[in-house]
Write a protein that binds this ligand. Structure first.
Ligand code: MN
Length: 209
């Protein structure tokens, strides 16, 4: 049976300093993300056992655990790839054009994305997604790891707004963290995801013009 695995980082835990401390990265990747991987695998195993034993009494809880932990694994894997040392700045090419088209300007997009992270009630994420029905980019809020996201959105850029992502470094000044990550976005990675996502055809009616 295939199992989800914790991906190695392409850079060292301290490589994103001073914007994200090595201690935060080590705990976030090595403990928090690792727990989502472990618990996603555990949920799959429990579902296999439930099917084998025809015992579905805990099915709803298992489905919820799977959605939470697998989504957590996906989002953290994306987040690590979205970040990079010696990064930041702005996108160029087709992604830059699409951001201008769908948000008016890069600065407008940046303001909305940062505010979406800052106004999460509880734990969640900000995400830039490609929405294939409307053939457009959207900024969305994700609650926990899996709620409030439209089912068609393909995440391109995600920002962890859980307290564990910043609290030991920034304490209650979370807006400083949400600004600091703009020095770390790896636009090459995000543009490559955009190119791949745009090939997705939902085979559904889209929008009228
Ligand atoms: Mn996290």
């Amino acid at each position: 049976m295939s199992k989800y695995i914790l991906p190695e980082l392409a850079y060292g835990y301290s490589a994103l300093e001073p914007h994200i401390s090595g201690k935060v990265m080590e705990l976030h990747h090595g403990k928090h993300h690792a727990a989502y991987v472990k618990n996603a695998n555990a949920a799959i195993e429990r579902l296999d056992e439930a099917r084998a034993g025809s015992d579905f009494t805990r099915l709803a809880a298992l489905e919820k655990a799977l959605a939470f932990n697998l989504s957590g694994h996906v989002l953290h894997s994306l987040f690590w790839r979205n970040l990079g040392p010696r990064a930041g700045g702005r996108p160029d090419g087709k992604l830059a054009q699409a951001i201008d088209h769908d948000f008016g300007a890069f600065d407008k997009f940046r303001a909305q994305f940062t505010e979406v992270a800052a106004t999460i009630m509880g734990s969640g994420w900000a995400a830039l997604v490609w929405e294939p029905l409307g053939q457009r980019l959207l900024v969305t809020q994700i609650y926990d790891h899996q709620s409030n996201l439209s089912q068609s959105g393909v995440p391109l850029l995600v920002l962890d707004a859980w307290e564990h992502a910043y609290y030991s470094q920034y304490e209650n000044r979370k807006n400083e963290f949400f600004e600091a990550v703009w020095n770390l976005w790896n636009w090459g990675d995000i543009a490559a995801r955009f190119d791949t996502a745009r090939k997705l055809d939902m085979q559904l009616p889209g929008t009228s013009t």
